[in-house]
Unconditional design. Structure first.
Length: 474
């Protein structure tokens, strides 16, 4: 069948020139080619090409975008169902197909497929099961058969390595699924059934009835080390006893209520992000090049509850108010109290190229583990401000200016220990001269706009942090 769903030539193959511009890159006898054919034909027959978005992750499945003239998104390994949900919710009229292999879907992506199926949004998943990690060298997959030799089970998979995972049976038990079927490709009858199953899965999405998964037992002659006819025989004789064909679930589901169309209203967006279109007063005369010519990295670290993340967000907001690009990336440790969690902040004159701060110019440490962990990473000429209320013996770091300021003690004297992070901001400001004082005070006032009674206390905490550094320097 000729279909417009396939590109006339494959530009990614030798720039679309010569024979390679019209030839598949899949190995001879690979099941992906047939699955692609049936999927393309179903899209064509249902007249949904202009509405279709195909999502594929890594592995051989990813190359679907070589061939299909539809919307395409490549997802990180295993995350195709999550990306598919995003597409469906953002554009409810789209027909979204998640096309995945067994190593991807049943291993690193198991949580994503389970929760997507339970959610039950109208999405179609085409699941290629060839019992092996195909693209990455033939490692054992969750669907690898017992006794089957792979690069990571050279003596054959045994029970210590688990039994083959039956995805269709598992997914069919979830409340959100309406149709689950396992098909194969080893003869004409099974291929015809696979084509019908794929089309049915898409039709259920067109009708807005729910989530469907079509599992296809496919040949991988390369890693089976067989020629294509022998690989077909192996699937029939060896895979079928473990993965029986047939419909696992077929519910006469009612048409679902329409997915609410998302709003992209600018006023609503500003409300959600607590933004404003008003021009903010600027207090910086220029970018603080005395710290770095173009991009300043900061790290704020402490135990859960120390307020490092809030302080980081205030710094980020302050930088944005001044017209600089700024990012804040939180990282939470496993402990709700104790240990260390941290926030990376970047402030750039033009654009932040990487939000991580592995080598910060400025470190604010609220506890000893944070100082011990991140102190050695501060660049030469950098600044460390730490809470001397709890860090009684601070190590020195060559080429780094250190300021021990009793954040907690100052905050407690003000009657609110929780404002120690604002004391820390004041100390950071005085020690580094990152921004003018009014820049950070403005960000504090913005953040507390709905808690105006707290503004005077926080302003006082900030100013006392500044004064503590100045007094220590005398």
């Amino acid at each position: 069948m000729t279909t417009s769903v396939f590109y006339d030539k494959f530009d990614r193959h030798a720039h679309g020139e010569g024979l390679k511009g019209h030839a598949t890159h899949y190995c001879a006898g690979c099941g992906h080619g047939l699955a692609h054919k049936y999927l393309a034909e179903a899209i064509d027959e249902l007249g949904i090409q202009d509405r279709t978005v195909a999502v594929s992750p890594v592995g051989c499945a990813v190359f679907l975008y070589y061939y299909f003239d539809v919307g395409n998104t490549q997802a990180p390994h295993g995350r195709a169902p999550a990306v598919a949900i995003g597409h469906k919710v953002a554009n409810p009229d789209s027909i979204v197909i998640s096309y995945q292999g067994d190593g991807d879907l049943a291993s690193i992506g198991l949580a994503e497929i389970v929760h997507a199926a339970q959610l039950g949004l109208p999405i179609t998943v085409v699941f290629i099961n060839n019992a092996i990690y195909g693209m990455t060298g033939g490692q054992m997959a969750p669907t690898t058969l017992t006794g089957m030799k792979t690069t990571t089970s050279p003596h054959g998979r045994d029970q210590f390595e688990g039994l083959p995972m039956k995805v269709s049976e598992m997914v069919s038990t979830l409340a959100g699924t309406v149709y689950v079927e396992r098909c194969a490709l080893f003869d004409a009858q099974q291929r015809n059934r696979a084509k019908k199953a794929i089309k049915k899965g898409l039709q259920l999405q067109v009708d807005n009835r729910g989530f469907s998964l079509i599992e296809i037992l496919a040949e991988c002659p390369t890693h089976l080390r067989m020629d294509p006819p022998t690989a077909e025989k192996w699937v029939k004789e060896t895979m079928l006893p473990v993965f029986p064909l047939g419909v696992q679930k077929d519910v006469d589901a009612e048409v679902r209520p329409p997915i609410p169309t998302p709003t992209f209203d600018a006023d609503r967006l500003l409300e959600v992000v607590q933004g404003t279109t008003e021009a903010m007063p600027k207090h910086c005369e220029a970018f603080p090049t005395h710290i770095d010519p173009a991009d300043i990295a900061l790290k704020l670290a402490g135990a859960g509850g120390d307020g490092a993340q809030t302080a980081a967000m205030l710094l980020t907001r302050a930088a944005i108010n001044e017209g600089f690009d700024a990012t804040h990336i939180p990282s939470y440790g496993p402990e709700s109290r104790g240990g260390t969690s941290y926030a990376d902040v970047h402030v750039a004159a033009d654009e932040v190229l990487s939000p991580a701060s592995p080598s910060p110019h400025i470190l604010v440490a609220f506890n000893a583990p944070s100082l011990a962990k991140f102190g050695p990473t501060v660049i030469e000429g950098g600044v460390i401000v730490y809470d001397s209320s709890v860090i009684t013996e601070a190590p020195g770091f060559d080429g780094v200016r250190m300021f021990g300021i009793p954040f907690l003690e100052i905050a407690t004297a003000l009657g609110k220990p929780v404002v120690k992070n604002v004391v820390a901001l004041g100390a950071l400001q005085a020690a580094s001269n990152l921004f003018p004082t009014e820049t950070i005070l403005t960000a504090i006032r913005q953040a507390l706009a709905d808690k105006c009674a707290m503004i005077p206390l926080n302003e006082q905490a900030f100013l006392q942090g500044i004064e503590a550094v100045r007094s220590a320097a005398k």
